[in-house]
Design a protein around this ligand. Structure first.
Ligand code: GRG
Length: 307
């Protein structure tokens, strides 16, 4: 039977994403919990665990596990990297919420790290999570050739540093209070702040499984598209959602006159572009066949999500 991309797209919509996410999220919770026992000095481990277990969606680890699986790898091969991705993501949220950055009081429905542990410990909790993420990948990954591990560590370092999250954050801070931020600049901010780590998550699973260069490029294009769509939806939710639903302060972008997609493009056009990005992401991976249903369903979830 000839199965077209469109047929796969329709079938992917029937995929039980809720069930898939529940299983994957539970696997990640268990592995993260094991990775982080509380030892002396307790305070820093408690601060790291506070944000790590505050109820994140675990999207980045799930993406990493899904792409490793897609290319024939096992859950065990990818789990240390999946956990490391969540550590890095959590670190970036802790630092993003600091008074010197976005100065937020709530995250994941709870008080932000610095509100509970103080600014100094929050900075150190972020630093501790970031350093441990790399140690954890190298120490805990089994049955993966070391050349693949080196590639993963290198791509992750790039995604986090000035060529990724840090670079995006710097331009974002620079743009605060400016009324003439262009769409190109906004795209730069979010391809670096948001899409870079999502891309590293998707691509690292593929590298661990031993994917070919063309597989990895395909996964990378998928990830860049969902990364940008994710941010556009984030901006829309900041306007349309509630603090209870989002678990963080809402309407903040409006209040601080931040450049956002709805501000630059309008609500309708922003939603249209997010949907278009999701369609192009799905088209990138449709050729992998049924094994790509989780990735296609995750792409759809990104525009449908409520938090
Ligand atoms: C990485 C060294 C280093 C510094 C960090 C602070 C900073 C530099 C970058 C900010 C990165 C940032 C906070 C981007 C926003 C990404 C984003 C859309 C987060 C929300 O992700 P969700 O919805 O959150 O997946 P949960 O809570 O579900 O995990």
């Amino acid at each position: 039977m000839v199965v077209t991309g469109q047929t796969h797209s329709n079938q992917a919509s029937q995929f039980d994403l809720k069930g898939y996410l529940a299983v994957r999220q539970q696997q990640v919770e268990t592995a993260l919990d094991r990775a982080f026992p509380v030892v002396y000095p307790d305070k820093i481990y408690e601060a790291m665990r506070y944000s790590l277990f505050a109820g994140g969606k675990r999207l980045r680890p799930v993406l990493c596990l899904a792409t490793c699986d897609l290319l024939g790898g096992t859950t065990d091969m990818a789990m240390p990297t999946a956990c490391a991705l969540e550590m890095i993501h959590t670190m970036s949220l802790i630092h993003d919420d600091l008074p010197a950055m976005d100065n937020d009081d709530y995250r994941r429905g709870k008080l932000t790290n610095h509100k509970v542990f103080g600014e100094a410990v929050a900075i150190l909790a972020g630093d501790g999570l970031l350093a441990y993420a790399f140690e954890h990948i190298v120490e805990e990954t089994k049955n993966v050739p070391s050349d693949r591990l080196i590639k993963v560590v290198s791509r992750l370092g790039r995604a986090v540093g000035a060529a990724g999250l840090v670079g995006g954050q710097v331009v974002d801070l620079d743009c605060e209070g400016k009324k003439d931020v262009s769409l190109d600049t906004l795209n730069f901010i979010h391809t670096h702040k948001t899409a870079a780590l999502l891309e590293a998550s998707v691509v690292s699973g593929g590298i661990l499984a031993g994917g070919s260069d063309s597989d990895i490029q395909r996964l990378s294009r998928y990830a860049q598209a969902i990364g940008l769509a994710f941010q556009i939806v984030d901006d829309l939710l900041d306007i349309t959602s509630t603090q209870e639903e989002l678990g963080k302060s809402i309407g903040k972008d409006m209040n601080v006159e931040k450049a956002t997609y709805p501000r630059l493009l309008g609500m309708e056009e922003s939603r249209r572009q997010a949907e278009q990005l999701v369609e192009s992401a799905k088209a990138e991976v449709a050729g992998f066949g049924e094994v790509a249903f989780p990735l296609m369903a995750i792409a759809e979830y990104i525009t449908a999500r409520k938090n």
